[in-house]
Design a binder for this molecule. Structure first.
Ligand SMILES: NC(=O)c1ccc[n+]([C@@H]2O[C@H](COP(=O)([O-])OP(=O)(O)OC[C@H]3O[C@@H](n4cnc5c(N)ncnc54)[C@H](OP(=O)(O)O)[C@@H]3O)[C@@H](O)[C@H]2O)c1
Length: 268
């Protein structure tokens, strides 16, 4: 076991499945003590058992992060049980794929995505900031999406919540970067997990594995870059900074065509 993260304690949300569970295993293999947060206790315990079996150190904290009382109780425990907390990975999230025209009476879609993707992450970050300042170091990682870099349809509630968290994280570093607080935004492309599995037609789409995606979170923790992105995502950002109208109009028919092709492939 390489010990690049030996002595570090990392709090990781959304660690019961998908990218978070894989990242927890990898971070523990690098010597970190990992604190795993999510609702499903059995799944969390299974990840913790895997890590301990491999010689690592992990602790499960079952919590519904949209419940303020539960979250406050868990952060109090985290602060009491760990003398240092080196990094927080805000990875827990939910996604909703729905056209805006089918969402006219569904403001609650926005409320429930914001509840976990934005407010829960902000609540947790605010609770750990005093510790980061006291230690004079603390790294915050957020799991975002390449789709905030490219104008794509059908995910308005999800993407708005991710963009809000990106903005909060930028402010965090703008204000506290001089006092040791750093952050990385990870712009994942599509990844094969429970989240993407909820959309039938995506079964036919080539995607990153959760194992490979977890390496992006590991890079964020080890190297602490400002962002981890695909080349396509970075290129789209340049496009949006220079020719936003052209790019947005150009992507529209492309996405329609892609959805039709995926539907055909999924049926066939
Ligand atoms: N999969 C993709 O294509 C993709 C693409 C771009 C970005 N991402 C981002 O990558 C991150 C990981 O997603 P994933 O693909 O690995 O999906 P996933 O397997 O569905 O993981 C989502 C995690 O969030 C946790 N979670 C959800 N609601 C929660 C709540 N109220 N309280 C506590 N934990 C909660 C879930 O645990 P419980 O259900 O046990 O609570 C689960 O561990 C997310 O931020 C997602 O937006 C994914």
């Amino acid at each position: 076991m390489s010990a690049r993260l030996a002595g570090q304690t990392i709090v990781l949300t959304g660690a019961s499945s998908g990218i978070g569970a894989e990242a927890a295993r990898k971070l523990a293999r690098l010597g970190a003590t990992v604190c795993l947060l999510a609702r499903r206790e059995d799944e969390l315990d299974a990840v913790v058992a895997d890590i301990r079996f491999a010689g690592g150190t992990a602790h499960a904290y079952a919590v519904n992060l949209t419940d303020a009382e539960q979250t406050d109780a868990v952060t109090a425990r985290l602060l009491a049980e760990h003398d240092r907390i080196d990094a927080l990975v805000n990875n827990a999230a939910r996604s909703i794929r729905r056209p805006i025209t089918e969402s006219l009476d569904r403001l609650h879609d926005h409320e429930r995505t914001m509840a976990i993707n934005y407010f829960a992450a902000v609540r947790l970050t605010l609770a750990l900031v005093p510790r980061f300042l006291e230690q004079r170091h603390g790294h915050v990682v957020i799991s975002s999406s390449m789709s905030t870099q490219v104008p794509i349809p059908l995910f308005s509630a999800y993407l708005a919540s991710k963009s809000a968290l990106e903005s909060f994280t930028r402010s965090l570093v703008a204000e506290l970067g001089g006092e040791g607080v750093s952050a990385t935004t990870v712009y994942f492309p599509m990844v094969r997990t429970e989240m993407s599995g909820k959309t039938d037609i995506y079964q036919a789409m080539p995607m990153l594995s959760a194992d490979k995606a977890a390496n992006w979170l590991v890079k964020a923790i080890v190297d602490k870059p400002t962002r981890v992105t695909s080349l396509q995502g970075a290129a789209a950002e340049i496009g949006m900074a220079t020719i936003p109208g052209v790019l947005t109009a150009g992507m529209r028919p492309l996405f329609r065509r892609m959805d039709r092709a995926l539907e055909k492939r999924a049926k066939g």
